[in-house]
Design a protein around this ligand. Structure first.
Ligand SMILES: Cc1ncc(COP(=O)(O)O)c(C=O)c1O
Length: 360
């Protein structure tokens, strides 16, 4: 059975905008860190405001130095973007165009699809096993036309992740001339010893590109800052393609200092782990199916789309916004970001209420 699915490029799903009504709700729909940024990052941001008349550093030197110190990736192997989103866009523009295929797993980050369509390439979705990514399916979906492969690990919106051994097997079997982009936006939350963000594979596999972001664990989504580790020649191309001042000075300053705030990182990770586990357990105990997650969110699977919609509305009625997943082809699911303690407690309460309604 062929494992490739062509997408009807005529039916680009609408972006799920936020209605006025939704903005009054507590947002558990966008996978932000509800604990916010670290005090160090906030101070750096405020201090940078003294120099707002200056253009930002177009070389991102301070941030690259901080990333080198933290991850050992040299500056000429790093490209910084206005969120990892900009880097996904630039990479797609660089590698794909009409006649090319952009390959990624089904039920995966929607911007892979959107940017592929934007450059006129054909998006190809590899099948999943249930909601889980499958290396075999990705490999079987490769064709002569595949020009770039994207894999979010942990995956958004499902939360699950491929262990390092599987990511290695994937990298080892993708042709050396096809870039494999490992989108590790949620890597800080995955944390287990069998996980790799892909940085450790880059020496061995020259086509591996790793994407990271400051939008999740570091709580800086509003500043739009992400980075990618890539071979020097590719970094050079990305730098030529991006705008010279793509990242504002306060964003560069805050992100650089965010890397030094280890206490905030640990606290955010611990909070997430505690509540991700508790939410999973409690919601499961209420009789709902939850995908195991390595991210800062969980995905709840309902028996049908109407039940998912009902849950979304019920939770909205309690003041919280969750993410329906129909534009991901998962209308039977909703995704819920791990929130503050009080938000999480209310989510658990909401599911207890839903269980009562269901059993009434
Ligand atoms: C898998 C994945 N990659 C990339 C992004 C984009 O993150 P940003 O552009 O904020 O860095 C997101 C955001 O939700 C995501 O879930």
């Amino acid at each position: 059975m062929p494992l490739r699915t062509k997408i009807d490029t005529g039916c680009l799903p609408q972006y799920l905008g936020t209605s006025e009504e939704d903005t009054a709700l507590i947002d558990l729909a966008t996978n932000e860190n509800r604990l916010g940024p670290s005090a160090l990052a906030l101070r750096a941001y405020a201090e940078a405001s003294a120099d707002l008349f200056r253009y930002p550093d177009s070389t991102h030197a301070q941030l690259k130095a901080a990333l080198f110190e933290r991850y050992g990736v040299p500056g000429d192997g790093i490209a910084c973007g206005a969120g990892s989103d900009e880097l996904i866009s630039l990479l797609t523009r660089l590698f794909a165009g009409p006649g090319d295929e952009v390959l990624f797993p089904d039920f995966s980050f929607i911007m892979f699809l959107r940017y592929a369509l934007r450059v006129g390439a054909t998006p190809v979705r590899a099948r999943t096993i249930g909601y889980r990514l499958s290396v075999d399916a990705i490999l079987e979906s490769l064709t002569q036309k595949t020009s770039i492969v994207f894999v979010a690990n942990p995956n958004n919106p499902t939360g699950s992740y491929l262990p390092k051994s599987e990511i290695r097997r994937l990298a080892a079997n993708i042709p050396a001339n096809v870039p494999l982009v490992l989108d590790s936006a949620y890597s800080e939350y995955a944390g287990d010893s069998d996980y790799s963000d892909g940085l450790d594979l880059m020496d061995e596999f020259k086509n591996v590109i790793v994407l990271r972001t400051f939008s999740k664990l570091y709580g800086l989504a509003g500043l739009r800052i992400g980075w990618c580790a890539a071979p020097t020649s590719l970094v050079d191309k990305l730098n030529r393609l991006r705008g010279p001042y793509n990242i504002t000075s306060p964003a560069q300053a805050a992100a650089s200092m965010a890397l030094a705030a280890r206490g905030h990182e640990d606290a955010s990770r611990e909070h997430n782990k505690l509540w991700r586990t508790r939410l999973t357990q409690e919601i499961s105990q209420s009789g709902f199916q939850v995908e195991p997650s390595g991210g800062n969110f969980i995905t709840v699977i309902f028996p049908n789309p109407a039940a998912a919609q009902g849950a979304h509305r019920h939770i909205a009625g309690m003041g919280m916004l969750t993410r329906p997943l129909h534009d991901y082809g998962m209308p039977e699911c909703i995704r819920i970001t791990v929130g503050r303690t009080e938000d999480n407690e209310r989510i658990i309460e909401a599911f207890r209420g839903l269980a009562q309604l269901r059993n009434a």
